[in-house]
Design a protein around this ligand. Structure first.
Ligand SMILES: [Zn+2]
Length: 89
């Protein structure tokens, strides 16, 4: 849980740097700005999965009720990949 929180803060910062959009919640990028990102090696489907994972991480869903079909392991992998890609830019 603590690890997830750390990644949440890093992800928020990286997305802010990248999109300059902070209109949602406590300063998170919106759907439009997120999906407008051009990330090397990331296709539309990947990007959408990354958006869903971002929603989970930033707390759009209550505990355990993600509202999306993504197991924890997949969620972690998607977040890791997104962080990795964003750190490179
Ligand atoms: Zn926006």
């Amino acid at each position: 849980m603590k690890q997830r929180w750390v990644k949440r803060r890093e992800l928020q910062q990286l997305l802010t740097d990248r999109t300059k959009c902070v209109v949602q919640h406590t300063g998170w990028a919106c759907n439009t700005c997120f999906h407008a990102m051009k990330l090397v090696g990331v296709n539309e489907n990947d990007l959408h999965a990354m958006w869903q994972a971002t929603l989970v991480l930033r707390g759009d869903y209550k505990n355990g009720q993600y509202g999306i079909d993504m197991p924890d392991a997949r969620l972690s992998a998607v977040v890791e990949r997104l962080l990795k890609v964003l750190r490179r830019h």
